[in-house]
Write a protein that binds this ligand. Structure first.
Ligand SMILES: [Zn+2]
Length: 287
């Protein structure tokens, strides 16, 4: 899942035409964040009904059940469910534990056709050297532990509208399926924002820094934990000005835009993760 920006940026494709933005803008009641969009790469808001105490909800995952962010109050609880880009359209369910017992709650994933790009590139940008592959593998194992972070306190459910971490033109390339030299690669799982090297990057929500590092594809990266399995990832930075353990307010400076990792042009790649699933950041910021 880390290949995306790299080659996309290298080919000068990191910002797509503004016209394609409308297609990804969710239609839903204003003031509800994140917006619901029950498609692969989107978020389902599953109503759990009333309960005296917060229900405990899980989604099925490859390595076992994954805890879900449940928000609300005794009158009405809601589970926010990040839907993987790889999810098959059709019925899906989560498990919900309350005082009344364990039950399955169903929701439906509706299909969404993301654009596909067929690209011809230099073979070495598709097939990594053994050394690069080994490094990538080490980083993948480390990042899996970062991505599994689920902490309390949970985020404030009425304040989940995020700030865009850097001003600039936002692409709608989330979900873009890339086929390099005939080989399918992981889809683009974040938002690319065009900005000059050195442009300050801010925290989109209050959060704690849980990881910083220089990664093969993503370059200098900061991971923020907003609580309840909601994480942000800021990539390709030229400077990292925070360290693990730092607690940031929304809008706090954390680094600067750059072109580190597998990119040739400066931009910010912003990923938002919910229940270990990369979801479309646009659902948190609106149009
Ligand atoms: Zn990107």
């Amino acid at each position: 899942m880390k290949r995306r920006c790299a080659v996309l940026g290298a080919l000068g494709l990191l910002v797509l035409p503004a016209a394609s933005r409308a297609a990804t803008t969710p239609a839903q009641a204003p003031g509800v964040w994140p917006q619901a969009s029950q498609v692969p790469g989107g978020i389902a808001r599953v109503a759990l009904g009333p309960a005296a105490t917060r229900p405990v909800a899980h989604a099925p995952g490859d390595g076992g059940d994954v805890p879900l962010l449940v928000l609300g109050d005794a009158i009405e609880w809601t589970a926010l469910v990040g839907i993987p880009l790889s999810a098959a359209p059709g019925p899906a369910s989560i498990s919900v534990q309350t005082e009344a017992g364990l039950r399955q709650m169903a929701y439906t994933v509706t299909p969404k056709k993301y654009l596909e790009q067929q690209l011809k590139v230099s073979p070495r940008t598709v097939d990594l050297s053994p050394e690069d592959l080994a490094r990538y593998e080490r980083e993948r194992v480390h990042l899996a532990t970062v991505m599994a972070t689920f902490t309390e306190p949970l985020p404030n459910g009425s304040a989940l509208r995020m700030r865009v971490p850097v001003p600039g033109r936002r692409s709608s390339s989330f979900g873009l399926r890339r086929v390099f030299n005939g080989q399918a690669r992981n889809p683009h799982s974040g938002m690319d924002i065009a900005a000059a090297t050195g442009t300050p990057v801010i925290a989109p929500l209050p959060g704690r820094v849980i990881d910083t590092g220089d990664y093969f594809f993503n370059g200098n990266t900061v991971w923020l934990d907003h609580g309840g399995g909601l994480l942000s990832m800021l990539c390709h930075l030229s400077a990292i000005d925070v360290k693990p353990g730092d607690a940031l307010q929304a809008g706090a400076h954390l680094g600067a835009v750059g072109a580190t990792g597998r990119v040739t042009g400066p931009h910010l790649h912003w990923g938002v993760m919910l229940n270990r699933t990369m979801v479309d950041p646009a659902l948190f910021v609106g149009a």
